[in-house]
Design a protein around this ligand. Structure first.
Ligand SMILES: C[S@@+](CC[C@H](N)C(=O)[O-])C[C@H]1O[C@@H](n2cnc3c(N)ncnc32)[C@H](O)[C@@H]1O
Length: 279
C-alpha cells in the first residue's frame, strides 16, 4: 500500500521546511506492519522525524529506511529500522492471500500486485504451472488459491525465502497444489511438464529463457518473461530474445505490458508469449 503524497505533505508540513517538502518521494511502500522509507540525500537528516510522523499517520508499527538497492542473486533488501518495533517479520495481505516474510531479509515488490492478480486470472483449470523464481510465493500462492491448476512447481534457491514460501503454502492452505523445490531452477526445475512458466525476476532473466523452453511441455505453452529494458527498446528487445531462445518453435506474442518504471528511462516489462510445439 502506498501513502498518498498530497496527504503526506500535509502531515509533514509541521516538521519539514517548504524546500524539504519538495524532496519528498511520491510514495512510501508498506508491507504488513512495516513502512519502508526511501529518502533522497537532502532528507536523510530528517528521517527520524519523518518516520515518527509516518507511524502516527499510517498506523504502521515499524519504519525502516532503505540504505541501498536490492542486490545480488537472492535480491536481498538493505534496510535499517529507524522507528518503532524492531521486528521486521510481518504478514502482508495482497489479492486475498497472506504472505509472511521478513522485509529485512527477502524482497517483496508491492508495485507488482496487479501483475500477480493478472496472471492468477489467466490460469485455466488443470494447468501445470512452473514458477522458476518463486520468492515467498508471490505468484504461486494466488494462482493456487484463486485458479484451479493441477500443480504449481515453486522453485526458490534462497533458504530464507524458501522457508517463508513453505510457511505461506501452509497458511494459505494450498499444499495440495503447490510443490516447493529448493535449489537453482536451472538444476531442479522439472523438464517437459509446464503449460505455463513464470519468469518473475529481472536482470538475469535472459539467461533462463532456454531453460523455460525446456520446462514447457513438448506440445508448447505460455511463458511470462520479465525484463528491465531501456524505454526505447521496451518490447522489441525482449521479443527478440524470446524468438532467439525458441529456435524453430513458433512464437506468438499474446500480450506485452509495462509492469512499472524501474528507473529513469528504464522500464520493467512483461511479455506473454505462446510457444509452439517442439518439432
Ligand atoms: C525478485 S524475487 C521475485 C519473487 C517473485 N517471482 C515476484 O516477482 O514477486 C526473485 C527470487 O528468485 C530467487 N532466485 C534467483 N535466482 C534463482 C535461481 N537461479 N533459481 C531459483 N531461484 C532463484 C531469488 O532468491 C529471489 O527470491
Amino acid at each position: 500500500m502506498g501513502v498518498n503524497l498530497t496527504d503526506l505533505r500535509e502531515v509533514l508540513q509541521s516538521v519539514l521546511s517548504q524546500s524539504e517538502l519538495n524532496f519528498l518521494p511520491r510514495r512510501f511502500k508498506r508491507i504488513g506492519h512495516v513502512v519502508i522509507l526511501e529518502l533522497p540525500a537532502a532528507l536523510q537528516g530528517r528521517a527520524q522525524e519523518i518516520a515518527l510522523k509516518l507511524m502516527e499517520f499510517t498506523g504502521a508499527k515499524t519504519v525502516a529506511l532503505r540504505t541501498g538497492r536490492i542486490t545480488g542473486r537472492f535480491r536481498e533488501p538493505q534496510l535499517k529500522v529507524i522507528a518503532g518495533d524492531p521486528n521486521t517479520e510481518t504478514i502482508h495481505r495482497e489479492n486475498g492471500c497472506q504472505f509472511k516474510l521478513d522485509v529485512a531479509k527477502v524482497m517483496f515488490s508491492t508495485g507488482n500486485a496487479y501483475e500477480r492478480r493478472r496472471i492468477a486470472e489467466l490460469v485455466s483449470p488443470g494447468e501445470v504451472v512452473v514458477d522458476l523464481f518463486a520468492g515467498v510465493g508471490q505468484f504461486s500462492i494466488p494462482i493456487a488459491a484463486h485458479a484451479r491448476p493441477s500443480r504449481v512447481y515453486s522453485i526458490e534457491m534462497n533458504q530464507a525465502a524458501f522457508s517463508y514460501l513453505l510457511e505461506n503454502i501452509r497458511i494459505n492452505k494450498v499444499g495440495h497444489i503447490v510443490k516447493p523445490l529448493l535449489g537453482d531452477c536451472s538444476e531442479v526445475a522439472p523438464r517437459g511438464v509446464a503449460d505455463r512458466v513464470i519468469m518473475g525476476i529481472i536482470h538475469v532473466t535472459p539467461r533462463y529463457l532456454t531453460l523455460a523452453m525446456e520446462v514447457l511441455k513438448p506440445e508448447g505453452g505460455i511463458i511470462h518473461y520479465h525484463e528491465t529494458v531501456p524505454s526505447r527498446l521496451r518490447f522489441q528487445r525482449p521479443a527478440e530474445r524470446i524468438l532467439q531462445a525458441a529456435g524453430k518453435r513458433k512464437v506468438e506474442i499474446i500480450n506485452q505490458r509495462v509492469v512499472k518504471r524501474y528507473s529513469p528511462g528504464v522500464d520493467h516489462v512483461v511479455i506473454d508469449a505462446r510457444i509452439g510445439p517442439k518439432e
